[in-house]
Design a binder for this molecule. Structure first.
Ligand code: IPE
Ligand code: IPE
Ligand code: MG
Length: 258
């Protein structure tokens, strides 16, 4: 039987699952990838096995977002507070980031992904910092999805850094403090140049923000799912998108914007 006449709308090169409106996809999705440890524990595995499986979920998510025409995906990989975890878990994660980036860079570049790492990268292992610098430079001119990996990222640290930078410019006489507005502050954040996320997904059921994108999420729609991050698959993403498309975004006004 021919499948050519399938009525599923097409966005970019790949078909969007039925029921989703291609005109109302979020332009930018942010995700708090939580629940790796619990996923492993439920299988009597060491926590770090959950992180390894979490990488597969992130690759899946990136591919789906890219295929469906979502413009940007920002994923929380390691917070400024995650240094408080046991040393072995932290070093496992750093090695994992390094291995995965080295292994996946070629394919990411081929698929036109533009990758950036958001956060204070200076405390990361030197080998990882080098890989990050290479990956960022190599993919900077790519025209596909913007893939932001928040690594040693904390929203409060990001805001403090922005405030300090503006204060230094003012102290040097380059900036009139009364000229500081939302656009100037936004431009000092790690996310400079990116649209604010339309949708925040948090897995594993926790109902909190955990120091993620406090400024940028001002008007994001929140989707919290009990699915643990390593289990997050196409079905879970479609559920998040359907939830998002069912919302009426008002931005403080009284009518829904188109
Ligand atoms: C999220 O999963 C991954 C990172 C924070 C690096 P967790 O490791 O927080 O998993 P849970 O919350 O303990 O289940
Ligand atoms: C948030 O998850 C950070 C990342 C997903 C990288 P956490 O597991 O660290 O958050 P809390 O401790 O439950 O708030
Ligand atoms: Mg957690």
């Amino acid at each position: 039987m021919s499948r050519v006449l399938a009525t599923t709308p097409v966005v970019g090169p790949k078909a969007l699952p039925e029921g989703l409106d291609p005109e109302r996809l979020p332009r930018h999705i942010a995700v708090i990838m939580d629940g790796n440890g619990r996923w492993a524990k439920s299988r009597s595995l060491p926590r770090v096995m959950g992180h390894r499986e979490g990488v597969e979920a992130l690759k899946r998510m990136l591919r789906l977002c890219s295929d469906w025409g979502v413009g940007a995906l920002t994923a929380y990989a390691f917070s400024t507070e995650n240094w408080n975890r046991p040393g072995e878990e932290v070093s496992f994660l750093m090695t994992l980031f390094e291995r995965v980036l080295a292994r996946e860079l070629e394919a990411l570049d081929r698929e036109q992904v533009r990758i950036r790492f958001l956060g204070d990268l200076s405390p990361l292992p030197p080998g990882l910092q080098q890989l990050i610098a290479d990956a960022t430079a190599r993919t900077a001119a790519n025209t596909g999805i913007h893939f932001n990996v928040c690594t040693n990222y904390g929203s409060r640290a990001e805001l403090v850094r922005a405030a300090r930078s503006l204060a230094e410019r003012a102290a040097r006489g380059e900036l009139d403090p009364s000229a500081i507005d939302e656009a100037l502050l936004s431009a000092e954040l790690h996310t400079a140049g990116e649209l604010d996320p339309d949708l925040l997904i948090r897995t594993s059921g926790e109902q909190r923000i955990s120091n993620f994108l406090l400024w940028q999420l001002a008007y994001a729609e929140l989707h919290i799912t009990d699915v643990l991050w390593p289990d997050f698959d196409q079905e879970a993403l479609v559920a998040a998108l359907l939830d998002y498309q069912g919302r009426q975004r008002r931005f403080g006004g009284v009518t829904s914007l188109p």
